[in-house]
Design a protein around this ligand. Structure first.
Ligand code: GLY
Length: 315
């Protein structure tokens, strides 16, 4: 069957913190093209998801891998998950440090009996695998963290700092990357990776390495972005996928789930695919940085700023 692919580089209120429309479009379209080539060569869904996530993790503007935001103590801790829809098997890492591609750890854990590892366990796994130590910190993220820290200090001292002055880093905090694939054999997989919210407490757990943020069955797959707590409260990825698995169309499932999220005043977005070839996306935030290949051409959601909560391409 014709493969399908959708990826995202986060959600937020503008593209400013990501370098602008042209930069984001070039990055997302390039990654869609590279992964879609693999799918045309017969790549399996899970392998294509891992490749897409690695490319997104390598792009310094997206909040995952290189370019991850810093937590409250100035450290980068990353989380990632891979879900093979055909096997209906989830694996992931939570708050892992000093690694270039957290998604590769999630991939390794697919075949283990202990499939979700947090900080110490993930570090141990890195050592076992002899994975080279890698520093994902960028100057941009360090400067954002320093500015926000100074902002907090100024606010405490003077109580007068404007919220807008902290705009760029709060954008990054809603960032995540994700990939959902339907391969030639009709298999679905989903992957999600993130540096988290930024400035969070040590030990805070992201939705990205939970089925709330990344889920798939043989019928559908979803990757989420946005404020992790909002995504967890909606159990968004699992909810959309289960609605489709129970017989609802993907377009209806995402529309119903996004309407609920909007009513609950959540700040999030999601990308999704179904086994029948439908592609859909949704957001309650202002923008969703997603791009897709529908089997004919590459498209994206970058200029979609209207009031609609969802968009979709029929099978
Ligand atoms: N959605 C990413 C996070 O909140 O950690």
């Amino acid at each position: 069957m014709q493969p399908k692919l959708i990826i995202h580089g986060g959600a937020g209120s503008s593209l400013k913190g990501k370098g602008g429309l042209a930069v984001v479009r070039e990055a997302l379209h390039g990654i869609v093209a590279a992964v879609y080539d693999d799918l045309l060569q017969g790549a399996a869904a899970a392998a294509a998801v891992v490749k897409g996530c690695e490319l997104l993790e390598d792009h310094p503007r997206f909040n995952a891998g290189t370019g991850s935001v810093l937590q409250s103590d100035g450290q980068v801790r990353m989380s990632a998950a891979l879900m093979d829809g055909t096997a209906q098997r989830f694996s992931g890492v939570i708050n892992v440090m000093r690694v270039q591609h957290p998604i590769q750890l999630a991939q390794t854990l697919q075949t283990e009996s202990d499939r979700v590892l947090s900080d110490q366990g993930a570090a141990e796994l890195l050592r076992e695998l002899n994975t080279p130590i890698y520093n994902p910190l960028t100057d941009l993220r360090l400067n954002e963290w320093l500015a926000e820290r100074k902002g907090d200090f100024d606010k405490t001292m003077a109580g007068v700092i404007a919220e807008q002055e902290l705009g760029a880093e709060s954008e990054a905090g809603r960032g995540t990357i994700g990939v959902v694939v339907l391969d030639q054999a009709g298999r679905i997989a989903a992957g999600t990776s993130t540096g988290g919210k930024g400035f969070e407490r040590i030990g805070r757990v992201s939705d990205s390495a939970m089925p709330a943020g990344n889920y798939a069955t043989p019928q559908a797959g979803v990757s989420c972005t946005g404020i992790g707590e909002d995504i967890i409260d909606e159990c968004l990825a699992a909810k959309i996928v289960i609605r489709v698995t129970d017989g609802m169309s993907l377009a209806d499932a995402i529309a119903k789930s996004m309407a609920e999220a909007s009513q609950n005043k959540r700040d999030l977005g999601a990308i999704s695919l179904a086994a029948d070839g439908a592609i859909a996306w949704g957001k309650t935030s202002e923008v969703l940085l997603a791009a897709y290949h529908d089997g004919h051409a590459i498209g994206d959601t970058l200029e979609w700023t209207g009031p609609e909560l969802v968009g979709h391409i029929a099978p």
